[in-house]
Design a protein around this ligand. Structure first.
Ligand SMILES: [Fe+2]
Length: 207
């Protein structure tokens, strides 16, 4: 199979991942990685596909093999069996700090820089009144990053290190990822349609 066969990558993801939120996370990181391929890669359609597939499947084994002993090692084995390239497998291995696989290429650095941040931006959108990405800006993301009680599982340090390794200003990177996610807001359930419309009080309608 081709390295960057998006359809096969999606099939692989959904074969092992039933969780709706994990699938959305995969789509979010894919969108950020596609955008990054134009900014930090050569911007070719081939590169965009490879970067996108890496984002899409970087956690594909996580639901089935969630421990640090298994993820992403088991996934790496499965990808090898299925003919995925060293380039793709190495990038996925490098996104987990504890594997000891260094992040050398801009694709590897981009994956690390987008992974936690995509999750965090999504979490910020969900607490907005309209539950939409359109309401998220850099300022609101930075504010929530300081709020330790908010989205505790997201490692702020990884977000900061990720941008640093990529050599990009953090605010610029946050804005870039918000913009990268907006075109798929609907798939992510962040287009505002999830917000419940306020009930109309018939006794209080101004004529
Ligand atoms: Fe991830």
């Amino acid at each position: 199979m081709s390295d960057a066969n998006r359809e096969a990558a999606w099939a692989l993801l959904t074969e092992l991942t039933q969780s709706e939120s994990l699938r959305k996370h995969a789509l979010a990181v894919e969108a950020c990685m596609r955008a990054c391929s134009h900014k930090y890669g050569d911007g070719s359609p081939e590169a965009e596909n490879i970067w996108g597939v890496v984002g899409l499947i970087h956690d594909f084994d996580y639901e089935r093999f969630p421990t640090a002993e298994e993820h992403p090692y088991k996934g790496n084995e499965i990808l090898k069996e299925r003919g995925y390239s060293d380039e793709i497998r190495r990038a996925i291995m490098s996104h987990a700090e504890y594997t000891g696989v260094s992040r050398d290429t801009t694709m590897e650095k981009s994956l690390f820089a987008c992974d936690e941040l995509a999750g965090f931006i999504t979490a910020v959108a969900l607490i907005k009144p309209g539950k939409s990405l359109a309401e998220v800006d850099v300022k609101s993301v930075r504010k929530r990053m300081k709020d330790k009680a908010f989205a505790r599982k997201v490692n702020r340090e990884d977000i900061i290190i990720g941008a640093k390794e990529l050599g990009v200003d953090l605010d610029e990177h946050i804005a870039f990822c918000i913009d990268a996610l907006k075109p798929i807001a609907k798939e992510l359930g962040l287009d505002g349609s999830a917000a419940v419309a306020p009930a109309v009080d018939k006794n209080n309608v101004q004529a």
